[in-house]
Design a protein around this ligand. Structure first.
Ligand SMILES: Cc1ncc(COP(=O)(O)O)c(C=O)c1O
Length: 359
């Protein structure tokens, strides 16, 4: 893993800020292997729209890891991939169900609703998760033409609150959805972190648990851009392809996304990089836990640390090293780690928290 040193001197007891940002996991640059793979894919002519050897290799690589054939649809970005993923599972009259904290409904500008035409229904999250009872509550409407009919249940793994569903929890949601003729979609922008957190693999996390559609994230874990939609339910694979084109998510020079994904899948780099990010979050939580005024909300399960700080110290800390508020009125902030976060970055950030917040 990379090491970085910030050689700037400490000023007035406040250390120089870390080189890396704790604002988000997509602040990181690309993994060197991803850059090398892009360079290697560049140059020779290759047919467009996925008729290239890199895209074929990606499909084979996912099929091997899933232990079954899988339709792989590379897309431009996370929001677009989620739109393609949920659209693939929906009939025109159906709705989507997700937790009220889901990126799908809080941070995608209404794209899933607008682009699919489907209502996005929410149920209250429990530690960032959707619970099977939420499916039952909405299932009561099924069969009545006056009520939205949930066709796709979408969960985020890892969740927006940094928690991680166990494979058993996912299996219970898949069972609940299937019992009512719904499909389960996983927004896996941080699937790698969840897989690493459970010392698991792709098959155990999404195939054996009965997931139908996955958005497999690359961007937050060493990629530059591009995500993969994995269609595990063969009955909808054919339609997903057409929807991707209609939804503007069919990249013409697809090999450049495929090359990135291959570099991340190679040697299970996607998992080892995420495991490193998770370890850095755990290190950060430990390092700040004893600082006066800092409350770590819950032990990090993946690569996010949620902490409560005195509200009047947040601006100063952000000025020193920027991160995002989660709920300013409550002093709640979020710190994210990633593949390029170093132990030195963590220790320096914790030292800054101690100097600026500690009292
Ligand atoms: C849970 C989750 N899903 C999906 C995305 C993808 O979003 P974008 O369209 O910005 O890549 C993100 C990015 O922040 C995310 O956190």
């Amino acid at each position: 893993m990379p090491t970085s040193r910030n050689s700037q001197p400490d000023v007035g007891g406040v250390p120089a800020p870390p080189t890396c940002s704790f604002a988000s996991d997509n602040t990181a640059g690309a993994s060197p292997e991803v850059l090398a793979a892009l360079a290697a894919a560049d140059g020779p002519a290759a047919l467009a729209y996925g008729a290239d050897r890199w895209t074929a290799a990606v499909t084979d690589a996912f099929a091997e890891r899933c232990g079954q054939p899988v339709d792989v649809l590379l897309c431009w970005g996370g929001t677009g991939a989620n739109v393609v993923g949920v659209a693939a599972g929906l009939e025109s009259w159906e709705a989507v169900l997700c937790a009220d904290t889901a990126h799908l409904v809080t941070d995608e500008g209404g794209a899933p609703a607008r682009m699919t035409g489907a209502l996005v229904l929410t149920e209250p999250n429990v530690d960032g998760k959707l619970v099977p009872e939420a499916i039952e509550a909405r299932a009561a409407w099924l069969g009545n033409e006056h009520h939205p009919q949930v066709g796709v249940v979408s969960i985020s793994q890892a969740t927006e609150l940094g928690t991680v569903y166990t494979p058993d929890e996912i299996a219970a949601l898949a069972d609940g959805a299937h019992r009512h003729g719904m499909r389960l979609h996983v927004d896996g922008a941080r699937l790698a972190n969840a897989v690493a957190a459970h010392d698991s693999d792709l098959r155990a996390m999404v195939v054996d648990t009965g997931v139908d559609i996955v958005t497999w994230g690359a961007t937050k874990n060493g990629g530059i851009y591009g995500e993969a939609v994995l269609v595990l339910d063969p009955s909808i694979a054919g339609r997903a392809r057409f929807l991707r084109k209609q939804l503007g998510q069919l990249p013409s020079k697809m090999r450049y996304i495929a090359a990135q994904v291959l570099a991340l899948l190679d040697d299970d780099r996607w998992i080892t990089q995420a495991a490193h990010a998770n370890a850095m979050a755990a290190r950060l939580a430990d390092a700040v836990a004893g600082i006066d005024g800092v409350e770590v909300v819950r032990p990090p399960e993946a690569n996010a640390v949620f902490a409560r700080l005195p509200v009047d110290r947040i601006d100063a800390l952000q000025d020193w090293s920027f991160f995002w508020d989660w709920d300013r009125s409550d002093g709640l902030v979020r710190w994210m780690t990633h593949a390029a976060t170093t132990p030195d970055d963590v220790d320096r950030f914790a030292a800054g928290v101690a100097a600026i917040v500690g009292r």
